[in-house]
Design a protein around this ligand. Structure first.
Ligand code: SF4
Ligand code: SF4
Length: 79
């Protein structure tokens, strides 16, 4: 039987999220170990927009997300 290709698990997605390298990601988000805003929604922290690198994220590419600042604006539209 051929091996089924499993969809990526939430753990895989978290590992691929590059938010921790973003200039907007701050002390508070780091402390809260926040990631994957495109799925989990806005940050609980107060954030200043210093740029968003979601455009070069493998998760965004895989899922076809074109938005930015999910940490401020909330989840991406998942179809
Ligand atoms: S698109 Fe942005 S929020 Fe979503 S996983 Fe990538 S870097 Fe994180
Ligand atoms: S959602 Fe965009 S702006 Fe927010 S931390 Fe992730 S990469 Fe940076």
């Amino acid at each position: 039987m051929p091996l089924a290709k499993n969809p990526p698990s939430p753990g895989d997605l978290r590992r691929d999220c590059i938010c921790a390298r973003c200039p907007t990601y701050n002390e508070c988000t780091r402390k809260g170990k926040e990631l994957l805003y495109c799925f989990e929604g806005k940050s609980a922290c107060k954030l200043e927009r210093y740029g968003c690198i979601c455009g070069s994220c493998p998760v965004a590419k895989r899922k076809g997300f074109s938005g930015v600042y999910f940490c401020v604006a909330g989840k991406a539209d998942v179809k």
